[in-house]
Design a protein around this ligand. Sequence first.
Ligand code: C5P
Length: 314
Amino acid sequence: MRSYRLIAPAKINLLLEIIGDRPDGFHELVMVMQSVDLADEIELKHLGSGDRILLHCTHPQVPLGETNLAYRAAKLMQECFPGHGGVEITIQKNIPIGAGLAGGSTDGAAVLVGLDLMWNLGLAQDELHTLAAKLGSDMPFCVSGGTALALGRGEELSPLPDLDRLYAVLAKYQTLSVSTPWAYQTYRQQFGATYANDPTAQEERRRTGPSVGLLGAISHHDAASIGQALHNDLEKVVLNHHPQVGLLREKLVEQSTLGAMMSGSGPTVFALAATREEAQQIAASIQAELPDPDLEVWVTKFIAHGIHLAESDH
Ligand code: C5P
């Protein structure tokens, strides 16, 4: 069995609206997700006939056991498709962790896609999505990527027109990370009274909420309107708790002609740009305005796909 190298892109949220509670304890969401070309690289190697899973990662803070989504993805695949042997997984981590960029989920998605190839299973996209949804709410999106509307827990996906001409400058304080469960729990404590909890009220919320403007702007490829329609409910809790991130967001809003926002549960903030030159200019200005060695900045391009084989593996 040959080894495989996969590219696992990060995502940003152009929209994250919290609608209400779900019977399973999660939140009912409306999200618009976008893949960007900041990516981890995952190598998978066959490891004998047992069911051993060996995990290595270039980032010292990434856990290597059962809590790692790449490990859990390999274990789930062994349970669902037994007899294919062990696997050695090496993650070259380029996506920051605890960042709101789905770094852990995209690694897990890469393991699902990679083992499907390595074991010659021929799984359909829907089957990969179903497996991915068992491991994390945003993992199905990471499998197929691009631009998509995500409803329910985040696992009900509808593809949207590609926006792969746009750029995003990502900025994150290296030593700052946010726990996603903390962000959602804090939001529930503060805003739970405003939740729509029955199906009719939830549908009404979806029909009249901020996604309407954004979906229209995306279908018209109207970058200025996309920038104006960015929306993330979790900003209300994360920016309050981390004023440093609020300030970073303010500076990016000033620098970007299109708009800026926090991604997911943060603390990464992104600014949209129409060209690479504009993105590079925003990146340089933000580093000059906030000269802090802890601040990391990336110029990224929107891409129209999720997990894919590395060039040399085609
Ligand atoms: O599904 P995932 O494990 O990525 O979610 C991480 C956490 O985020 C959950 O444990 C939950 O606290 C919160 N969450 C939520 N509603 C969602 C998705 C995530 O409350 N739809």
